[in-house]
Write a protein that binds this ligand. Structure first.
Ligand code: RIB
Length: 305
């Protein structure tokens, strides 16, 4: 299989507790349930792209432990090329400690583990995968120098380059911006990148304008229930969000990114790809967990338009 979408990013085992609300500092709360679920922003985006129609390869690192084997198996079950998912001796697999409350909001603490070993040299070993791809996607749960390295190399190779700057870490290095075709932050990530408050379509537009002035090709700010703002040098367009009953928003952003990339790789227009990603993300919030919540092409096609 020749992958048309390549993801360089994180794999985490999510340790998920449901509780009536998120705990305050110093507080102990009784939770209602606990499950372990395959996650990690990189792996979630890989699963989303695969379920939503792309041929996918993943580049990343896990620990040499049972979680690592389970995460790899979960990707293989989706038909994802895992030749570049490497197990690091003496390291643990990345984990995410997640609390989901009754209003479906979450709070997450991540421990990098194997994800911290995704060095530029690891990616270079799999340059053939990047060379074959149409679309390359990164997030920020692996070392920052590696993300810069991948963006630069993917630009040199003429790929469609997507950066989902998650989790929010602050401004990006200036030299990265011209290497990015589509920058896809949510509200808090757009604020972290620009220092501007982002909580509406109007404020998202201001942040997108700042990011494009810095050199990014196009910006999609995802705004949860408020939809998404798609900005280019020439125009800005708002896409309303499909209305659904939210159960768990974990991996909604990942589902959007994976769906958007899969649709672009298939030759859909940007507007079609955004709508496709939005429906997929909306369906994902109606289900619990990261990877288990991600819909298939058939699910999205079955959604009333
Ligand atoms: O975006 C959701 C993901 O963030 C979770 O699956 C968790 O692993 C964290 O990386």
């Amino acid at each position: 299989m020749q992958a048309n979408v390549v993801i360089v990013g994180s794999l985490n085992m999510d340790l998920v507790t449901r509780a009536p609300r998120l705990p305050r500092a110093g507080e102990t709360l009784a939770g209602q349930s606990f499950v372990t679920v395959p996650g990690g922003k990189g792996a979630n985006q890989a699963v989303a792209a695969a379920r939503l129609g792309a041929k996918v390869a993943m580049i990343g690192c896990v620990g040499n432990d049972a979680y690592g084997e389970q995460l790899r198996a979960a990707l293989l079950a989706e038909g994802i090329d895992c030749q570049a998912v490497t197990a690091v001796a003496g390291e643990s697999t990345g984990v995410a400690l997640i609390v989901v409350d009754d209003s479906s909001q979450n709070a997450i603490v991540i421990v990098a583990g194997g994800n911290g070993h995704v060095a530029p040299a690891v990616v270079d070993r799999f340059d053939a995968l990047l060379s074959q791809a149409q679309v390359v996607i990164c997030q920020l749960e692996i070392p920052v120098e590696t993300v810069g390295h991948v963006l630069k190399r993917s630009r040199e190779l003429g790929k469609i380059v997507i950066l989902n700057p998650a989790p929010a870490v602050g401004p990006l290095p200036d030299d990265w911006y011209p290497w990015i075709d589509y920058l896809i932050p949510n509200e808090s990530e757009a604020t972290a990148l620009t220092g501007l408050p982002v909580d509406s379509v109007t404020t998202a537009q201001a942040a997108a304008a700042t990011l494009m002035k810095a050199g990014v090709g196009k910006v999609i700010v995802t705004l949860g229930e408020q939809g998404a703002l798609f900005a280019t040098q020439a125009s800005a367009q708002h896409f309303a969000a499909p209305k659904v009953q939210a159960v768990d928003t974990t991996a909604a952003g990942d589902t959007f990114v994976g769906g958007f990339a899969a649709a672009l790789a298939e030759g859909k227009s940007e507007a079609e790809a955004i709508r496709f990603g939005q429906v997929a993300a909306a369906l994902s919030v109606t289900r619990s967990g990261a990877q288990p919540s991600i819909p298939t092409v058939e699910d999205v096609q079955g959604y009333p338009s």
